[in-house]
Design a protein around this ligand. Sequence first.
Ligand code: MN
Length: 736
Amino acid sequence: MKGMSKNKIITAEMMFEQAKTYLSEESLALITKAYNYANEKHEGQFRKSGDPYIIHAIAVGYILATIHGGPKTIAAGLLHDVMEDCDVSRETMVEEFGEEITTLVEAVTKIGNIKFKDEKEYLAANHRKIFIAMAKDVRVILIKLVDRLHNMRTLNFMKPEKQKKIARETLEVYAPIAHRLGMSEIKNELEDLCFLYLEPQKYHEIAHLVEVKKDERAKLVEKMIGEISDMLNKHNFKFRIFGRSKHLYSIHKKMVTKNKRFEEILDLYAIRIITETELNCYEILGYIHAKYHPIPGRLKDYIAMPKMNMYQSLHTTIVADEGNIFEVQIRTEEMDAIAEQGVAAHWRYKEGKKYSVEAEQKEIEEKLAWYRDLTTMTDDVDVSSPEDYMNVLQRDIFEANVYVMSPLGRVIDLPNGSTPLDFAYRIHTEVGHSTIGALVNGYLVPLNTELKTGDVVQIRTSKQSNGPSEDWLKIVKTAHARNKIKSFLQKKENENRAQFIEKGETMLRDELIRRNFDEKVWMDKGKIENVCNQFTVSNYNDLMYAIAVKSVNLQQVIERLTNQKMPTLLDNLSLTKLFQSRPKEVKKVTSNIGVSVEGIDSMMISFAGCCKPVYGDEIVGFISKGQGVKVHRKDCPNIIKEQRLINVYWDESAESKTYEANLLIYANDRNYLISDIVTIVSQCKVRLIGINSYVQNDRITAVIKLTVEVHSLEHLRVLIANVKKLNSITAVERVL
Ligand code: MN
C-alpha cells in the first residue's frame, strides 16, 4: 500500500490493474463478475460520505489485491456487504458464486454483527467470539481487516460518538489481530487512525513535532544511507536501503509506557536494508559492525530466532561518527514481505507467475511446513486433503496462542501448550505459589493439562500448600511462571543455606569444645573471617556452609584458626586407620596427588586418565605393570573386572588440590547459552579448562562438553546443580 494516496477514491480500474499483475484471465473473469454483481446490487446506495456504496467494495477489493489475495478472496471482498445490505439470499449467492465464496461473505457479515459492549469483561468475551468466528478461515480475517481499514479511513463522515466507539473497538480488537498475524502495515495504519479519533489533541501534537524535525532528521539519515551504500557497493551487494519513520501511535505509546519525552524517543534514527539472501544479511551486518561502533546488547537475531508472528530480521544499533545513533534492520525481500504483511504474504506469488489454485495450495503447503517449524509444533497432524491444510494453517495461527477465561470472564492470552499453572501465575504470583488444583470447564484436571482456547479455568489454592517444586518447572510454559517458580525455589534454597550455616557453626563449636579450646575465644567472627581466604571462601557464612557440607576439613579450619597442629586427633576414619598403621610417618604420608595407598609406603601413584577421580569420589587403586598404582573411580568400567586392585584413600592433602572432570551438557539451543554456562562456571568458582560445543542434526539440541577443575565432588555437584537450573538445559552428565 506504500505510496498509495489514502484519501483519494480508489477506482475499479486501479483494482483491475493491480489484480492483472499476478492473476490469470480466468481469475480476472471471476473478479469482473463479482464487481458487476456488487455494482448492480448496491445501485442507489450511498455511504455517509456521499459516495456511491460500491466505492467501499472496490476499495476492499483493491487493498486485497495489493496484498496479492487470491481471486475468491477478492471476489468475496467485493461482495462482502451484498448479503446483508442488499437482501441477497444464501441460495442466490451459492447459485451465482458457489459455496466457498458464499461462506466467506457470510462469515464476514457475522463478525460485523457481533455486538460490543463497553464493559471490559464483556468486550473480552466478544474478543473470543470474534476469534472463533474467524478461525474457520484465514481469508475471512483478511477481508474483515481490510473492510475495517477502509471504514477507518472514511470515519470522518461519522458522528463523533460513533467515531470514538468504532476507533476503540478497532484499537482493542482488530489492531491486535493484525499484529498477531504479523500484518504490521495494516496494524500501524489502523492504530494511527484510532489514535487520531480517540486522542486528537495528542495525535496532532506528535504529528506536529515529527513534521518540525522532519527535514533535519531526513538529512542525517540521507547522509548515513549514502555512506552505507558506498560501502556495500564496494563489496558488490545487491540491496535496497531506506530510512524508516515510526508511526505516530507507537511514538505515543513509548512516551506513555516508558515515560519519555518526544526528543528521547526520536533521538534514534532508523534505517532498513533489504538484500537478496540470508547470508547477505549476516555479511552486511559484519561490514556495518566493522565500520561503525555497535552498541553492546542491541544485536537481535530474529533470523535464527523468529518471533511468534513469523517476523524475521537482524536488528542492531550503531553509533556513527558524529555520535548519532542509528537502529539498523537487515532482512531479505521475503522477510520484509512477511514483516509488513504477515500471514497475507502466504498468498504472494513469485514474480511473473500467474495465479493458479494448485500454486496457491502448494505455496501454503510450503509455508505451512516452514511455519510449523517456527512454532515448534510437535504433535503430528494427518493432512491428507487441501481443506486439512487450511485447517492446520488456521490452527497454527490461532493456537500459537490460547485464550482462556477466568470464571468472571476475564480473558487471558497464553502461549500454546500453557497449563493451569501458567494461568495461575498470570492471575497473581501468590495464586501461583499456593495452587493445589485446577478446574477446567468445571472439571478437576491435573496441573499439567494443556489449556485450549475458550476454556474457563478456576484455580484452587490453599494457604497450607508447600509452594512450587522443581517439577513445576517442567509443567509451565510461560517465562513469567518459570521465573516466579525459580525465584521461589531460590529463596527456599537460601533458607536451607541458612540452616547449613547454623549447622556449620554448631559443628565448629562442638569440635572446639571437644578439643578443649575456649569456644568463647575462638567462635569469633573476626578471627574466623581472617582464615577464610585459606579455604578459598570469601566470608564467615561461606566457611560455615563449607564446613556443614564438608567441602572443607573441620580439623584444618581449627588448626588454621587456633594456629595449632593437632595431628593425632583425626575425624576421618580411614585416615585414622592409615595413621595407626604407621604412626611415625603421619606427616609424610601425604602423596603428591592427595591419595595414599593402604599399607604401602612409597609407590608410584597417579590418577587414571579414563575416569578422572575427584576428591570425594569412591576410589580404588589398580596395580599396573611398571607404572605403579593407578587410581580409578570405583565404578569405572575399565577396572570393574580387574583382579589387581588395592585399597586407596584420599589423604590429608587431597582437599587442597584440584581435580579435572568432564561434563556433557545437553540443551535446546538458544542465544547466549554458552555465555550463560560460562557465567555459572565462574560463579561457582570453578576453573574452566576446556569448552567444546556443537548442535546436533536436529538443529535443536546443543551439546556442550566442559572440562573443569574442581576441589571436590561436592564442588562438582554444586556446579552441576547450578547449570541444570539454567533455562533450556535438558541434561547434565559427568562423563569419562
Ligand atoms: Mn464493509
